[in-house]
Design a binder for this molecule. Structure first.
Ligand code: SF4
Ligand code: SF4
Length: 110
């Protein structure tokens, strides 16, 4: 459940990558985001859909795939986002526009 964010005014992202390796985390992608990410990666949209996305548990949308350890496939070893310029809205807006009830448990900036 997402709630309106109560991010501290002095919030500073520690770039720890914890928000990108939440087990069972869901990063939905819509058609516009799919086209943008595929273009950024220089791969065909069909190939992107096949290899980089999967059906969300509620079957209402596609979401980015995760690695077996729960990390997003685009999280680098340096805790950076490989698709940062075109990352999905859900990633761009956390934690400024939304958080989950347990977000402060993993995000050291909250
Ligand atoms: S797309 Fe980037 S910001 Fe979003 S979860 Fe994956 S690595 Fe993190
Ligand atoms: S968990 Fe919080 S501090 Fe760490 S990268 Fe994500 S937003 Fe930044």
């Amino acid at each position: 459940m997402c709630v309106t964010s109560r991010v501290p005014v002095d919030f500073v992202c520690r770039r720890c990558g914890a928000c990108c390796r939440i087990p069972n985390g869901i990063v939905r992608v819509d058609e516009r985001e799919i086209a943008r990410i595929a273009a950024f990666l220089g791969i065909d949209e069909e190939a992107f859909l096949e290899t980089e996305t999967e059906l969300a548990p509620d079957r209402k949308s596609l979401m980015l795939r995760s690695r077996p350890d729960g990390a997003c496939v685009y999280l680098t070893e340096e805790n950076l986002c490989k698709i940062n310029p075109v990352k999905p809205e859900k990633c761009r807006t956390f934690p400024f526009e939304w958080t989950n009830p347990d977000s402060s448990a993993y995000c050291p900036g909250l």
